[in-house]
Design a protein around this ligand. Structure first.
Ligand code: ADP
Ligand code: SF4
Ligand code: MG
Length: 321
């Protein structure tokens, strides 16, 4: 059984059947210990997906949510009270793009980390907090526990957020563009750290990013999202070598540093549609070099290779190109 199994998740702007959909019919599985990348341009619905899993979407979107989000077989969308608190504060945790959004500016690092460790049932709080900071490679942990968030660099704050997120030994950590605000060297170090922590703790990770280069570094599998739908999914190596969706190919072509990415491909012209303005059929058709009349109806996800699915009427031509 999958650790997380998202089934036909649709998130609309409100309850009405025809309200614009931010996410449409999204299905995605995460196995224990696995890292799944969720990649797509800004506005494709990645954060909404991450927030939905933790039931953190605002009321308008929560009302417009349908489908199933199965966590160890239990539907998160039906959870209430204690079950939901247990999920959010323990079994799953989240690292956001802006660490200040997760930290409280008026409390010291020690007091925020201490709270998390207390909830995790730790008694030896000082020692546990120092060990937690040491684990995320923060120098002079005892001193840093007395610091306030604004006294730390962006990279150090993100490490503190990770230490807090790990305090309760989550089975899944959802990272929403955690390195986007960090500069390149720090970004690389933080990704290495996340990967090491994930291995050490045997956690699964859902890693949201707009950068295929990051996917190549840390993910086992990847799901490509366009205008609120998953358009291709498969093992990372397979997707890099054999992309079947023109949008995936275009994203890969935009990765300069990846040797495995196919070259000689045009960069994608145009912009993704806004919610409420999604074209009929395959939403990519106004930007797609292979589009035909057929693309005005929505293609279904079809198997391309073991574990590799894509939703494109012309996937075979992409493979042959
Ligand atoms: N609460 C909301 N009300 C209206 N539109 C929203 C809301 N939340 C997200 N959206 C819209 O949904 C789309 C997807 O947003 P988001 O999930 O943040 O995408 P991503 O994380 O991929 O950039 C965007 O066009 C955004 O403007
Ligand atoms: S279905 Fe058509 S428009 Fe959509 S990606 Fe495939 S070829 Fe392009
Ligand atoms: Mg986002």
């Amino acid at each position: 059984m999958s650790l997380l199994s998202i089934r036909n998740l649709t998130v609309r702007l409100g309850r009405a059947a025809h309200a614009p959909a931010i996410l449409e019919d999204v299905s995605l599985d995460v196995q224990p210990g696995e890292t799944v990348g969720l990649v797509g341009e800004s506005g494709s619905g990645k954060s909404t997906l991450g927030m939905s899993v933790l039931r953190l979407t605002p009321p308008l979107l929560a009302e417009g949510t349908s489908g199933e989000i199965l966590w160890n077989g239990q539907d998160v969308l039906k959870m209430r009270g204690k079950a939901l608190r247990q999920l959010r504060g323990g079994e799953m945790s989240m690292i956001l793009q802006d660490p200040m959004a997760s930290l409280n500016p008026v409390f010291s690092v020690g007091s925020q980390l201490g709270e998390a460790l207390k909830r995790a049932g730790r008694a030896d709080l000082q020692a546990a907090a120092e060990a937690a900071l040491a684990e995320v490679n923060i120098p002079s942990p005892a001193e840093r526990l007395r610091s306030f968030p604004h006294q730390l660099s962006g990279g150090m704050r993100q490490r503190v957020v990770s230490a807090i997120g790990l305090a309760q030994e989550p089975k899944l950590i959802i990272c929403d563009e955690p390195t986007t605000a960090l500069d390149a060297t720090i970004q690389f170090q933080f990704l290495e750290l996340l990967r090491a922590l994930q291995k050490a703790h045997g956690m699964a990770m859902l890693f949201v990013t707009h950068d295929f280069g990051v996917v190549a570094r840390i993910c086992d599998r990847v799901a490509v999202m366009y205008a609120g739908r998953i358009v291709e999914t498969g093992p990372v190596r397979e997707i890099f070598r054999n992309p079947r969706h023109p949008y995936t190919r275009a994203l890969l072509a935009a990765v300069p540093s990846t040797r495995e990415a196919p070259d000689r491909l045009p960069v994608i012209d145009g912009a993704p549609p806004s919610v409420g303005n999604r074209p009929e059929g395959c939403a990519f058709h106004p930007r797609c070099p292979l589009a035909t009349d057929r693309c005005r109806t929505q293609p279904r996800m079809e198997p391309q290779a073991p574990g590799h699915d894509a939703a494109c009427w012309h996937a075979k031509e992409v493979a042959a190109a």
